[in-house]
Design a protein around this ligand. Structure first.
Ligand code: NAD
Ligand code: IPM
Ligand code: MN
Length: 365
């Protein structure tokens, strides 16, 4: 198949991990006879430096015309002055809104070889397989902001339609998994959460085969640490989802491991690791590319419909997590490129075997 993919490497470690994800997609294209055309654009701090804007019009237009968008990370100390007129993160938020990608899928799995790295006891990490569905284009991130010398406000607003569509997506995904949705809110305090809860409750009636439970966000933060194996699909609003998924990443062993897919109504999507620009390690070639590579796998699955190719990439990543090499954040001493090379070698093995099975009913070699 042919696909047109826009890459937005961004700032800090963004370019390092995006290059690894592109190399993986190139390898997939070569093995499975696809043609992926990549077009690179700017977003974030580098775009501010070059054009004065965090999301230049050319970048946005290219993203809108693409089959999928692969993003690294934006931001960093250079652009973090609280009085700066414009910030890199505004570019990312504007992109998410313009693409209408309201459902942000953030899967969490704990690889057994990394369970030691988690602050939790090993036995608590058995069977951890959670899919967070974070609402991505509403809530406090997008409400009106005010600021005077001594007061500031961020409006948090949700409409029924916004809650309905992300809830439906979460239930549809749960149907393909373990048929259990946990909706997280703060309905004991926030009006937006009461609207969220009643809307989720109503949508749930369309999915009688899926079990729904509600959880307040403060206790959910605790339950993720005490009973992480209990959850299947977790749906929540934008800000709660942001916070809970960084917490979840600690269970997996590192923020550098988790991928995400942001989806709207069409086939297109925005794919990015959940971590940021990691200024403390940027430019050193030591960033963990796993979250970005697994985001590329999600791109293959959700935007291009290439399930087998996606599974091949995931299996290759699992092999490398199992046997190394590992970057520093997960206890190793390897660089980004060492991990990439190992993943590419594992893709060779898996793709070769898969293709040989299809053609001749046996593995290669
Ligand atoms: P961060 O995610 O950049 O880093 C937090 C910690 O995790 C750091 O110690 C970092 O070294 C480590 N880490 C992150 N990714 C890693 C990787 N791939 N491999 C190894 N270690 C990794 O969060 P922060 O420091 O709070 O934020 C830095 C900047 O990134 C801020 O400007 C923030 O707004 C931005 N940010 C951007 C995105 C995004 O573009 N999607 C996401 C989060 C934060
Ligand atoms: C993320 C990031 C972003 C968010 C920031 C950089 C705007 O933390 O993708 O998780 O809060 O959504
Ligand atoms: Mn975040």
């Amino acid at each position: 198949m042919r696909a047109h993919i826009v890459t937005l490497p961004g700032d800090g470690v963004g370019p390092e991990v995006t290059a690894a994800a592109v190399a993986v997609l190139d390898a997939v294209a070569a093995h499975y006879d696809h043609h992926f055309h990549f077009e690179e654009h700017q977003i974030g701090g580098c775009a501010i430096d070059a054009t004065g804007e965090p999301l230049p019009a050319a970048s946005l237009e290219a993203c809108k015309a693409a089959d999928a968008v692969l993003l690294g990370a934006v931001g960093g100390p250079k652009w973090s002055d609280p009085n700066a007129p414009v910030r890199p993160e505004q570019g990312l938020l504007a992109l998410r809104a313009a693409l209408g990608v309201y459902a942000n899928l953030r899967p969490l799995q704990v690889h057994p070889a990394l369970a030691e790295l988690s602050p939790l006891k090993n036995e608590k990490l058995k069977n951890v397989d959670v899919l967070f569905v974070r609402e991505l284009t509403g809530g406090a991130y997008f409400g009106a902001k005010t600021r005077t010398i001594d007061t500031a406000t961020d409006e948090c607003k949700y409409t029924v339609a916004e809650v309905e569509r992300v809830t439906r997506r979460a239930f549809e995904l749960a149907r393909e998994r373990h048929k259990h949705v946990t909706s997280v809110d703060k309905a004991n305090v926030l009006e937006t959460s009461r609207l969220w809860r009643s809307t989720v409750q109503r949508v749930a009636a369309e999915f009688p085969d899926v079990k729904l439970e509600h959880q307040l966000v403060d206790s959910m933060a605790m339950l993720l640490l005490t009973q992480p194996g209990k959850y299947d699909v977790v749906v929540t609003e934008n800000l709660f989802g942001d916070i809970l998924t960084d917490e979840a990443a600690a269970l997996a062993g590192s923020l550098g491991l988790l991928p995400s897919a942001s989806l709207g109504e069409g086939k297109g999507g925005l794919y990015e690791p959940i971590h940021g620009s990691a200024p403390d390690i940027a430019g050193k070639g030591v960033a963990n590319p796993t979250g970005a590579i697994l985001s590329a796998a999600m791109l293959l699955r959700h935007s291009l419909g290439l399930e087998e190719e996606a599974s091949t990439v995931e299996a290759a990543v699992a092999d490398v997590l199992e046997r190394g090499p590992h970057t520093r954040d997960i206890g190793g001493s390897a660089g980004t490129k060492d991990v990439l090379e190992a993943v590419l070698a594992a893709i060779d093995e898996h793709a070769c075997n898969a293709a040989a099975f299809l053609r001749w009913g046996r593995a290669c070699g």
